[in-house]
Design a protein around this ligand. Structure first.
Ligand code: ADP
Ligand code: MG
Length: 244
């Protein structure tokens, strides 16, 4: 159990009468990269949002980094601290410089002093290839650069796991590669990652495990060579035939 960072058991989530997650079981071990693929509307974002308690599950358990998020007595702010999240939109603070975007939560939430927060921010900006942009405002950056800043900002909080929800799908095609390269590097450094993506090549090359979701269930999961390379389920095959 000790090296399981994310554990989801029999997770159900509805919006009114709409049943979106119908009993999801999945886990991410320390250092693993798990990619979630599947058609639009299958519940991928809802799964990720339940793993971060942006959505409250109807039933089931979600344990992240030793915190049971579904326990009603959970200290949710503390539990969330271990979870880095990068969305499709970049969600940077538009009125703050790049450096300030990376330091504000470090100082407020982790109580780091300015010098330490700045040092950690600069380390992470260098890691995503944007050391020279610390004085820039978000609007002066390309979408791909903004997304790399968002990744660096999440990393600056020392997360136990990084969640990515289609981080490249709002980007112009020529900017996708730089963001994927940063994610690939993180994976190689051993970061634990749960990634919803349409980038099949990324999933194939970087994931330790791929989950194919359809209509609120995990239809098939396993190593990418199996799920993407030799899918067993007809639903997986027809999805892949549409996207590959
Ligand atoms: P995916 O990320 O796989 O495209 P989502 O998890 O975003 O799928 O959505 C799954 C289903 O849940 C969709 O039918 C979507 O319209 C619905 N849904 C998602 N969030 C909400 C919400 N906050 N309120 C009502 N319906 C929602
Ligand atoms: Mg989605």
């Amino acid at each position: 159990m000790s090296d399981v960072i994310v554990e989801v058991r029999d997770l159900h989530k509805s919006f009114g009468a709409l049943r979106v997650l119908k009993g999801i079981d999945m886990s991410v071990r320390k250092g693993e990269v798990v990619c979630v693929i599947g058609p639009s509307g299958s519940g991928k974002s809802t799964l990720l949002r339940c793993v971060n308690l942006l959505e409250e599950p109807n039933s089931g358990t979600v344990v992240v980094n030793g915190y049971e998020l579904t326990d009603p007595d959970i200290d949710i702010d503390r539990a969330r601290r271990g979870i880095g999240m990068v969305f499709q939109g970049f969600n940077l603070f538009g009125h703050l410089s790049v450096l300030e975007n990376l330091t504000v939560a470090q100082r407020k939430v982790l109580k780091r002093d300015r010098a330490e927060a700045d040092r950690i921010a600069r380390e992470n900006l260098a890691k995503v290839g944007l050391a020279e942009k610390e004085r820039s405002m978000p609007a002066q950056l390309s979408g791909g650069q903004q997304q790399r800043v968002a990744i660096a900002r999440a990393l600056s909080m020392d997360p136990a796991v990084m969640l990515f929800d289609e981080p490249t799908s709002a980007l112009d095609p020529e900017l996708v590669g730089d963001v994927l390269a940063v994610m690939r590097q993180l994976a190689e450094e051993g970061m634990t990652m749960l990634v919803v993506t349409h980038e099949m090549q990324f999933a194939r090359e970087v994931a330790d495990k791929v989950l194919f979701m359809d209509d609120g269930i995990v239809v098939e999961q396993g190593p990418p060579a199996q799920v993407i390379g030799e899918p067993r389920q007809e639903r997986t095959r027809s999805f892949l035939a549409r996207v590959l």
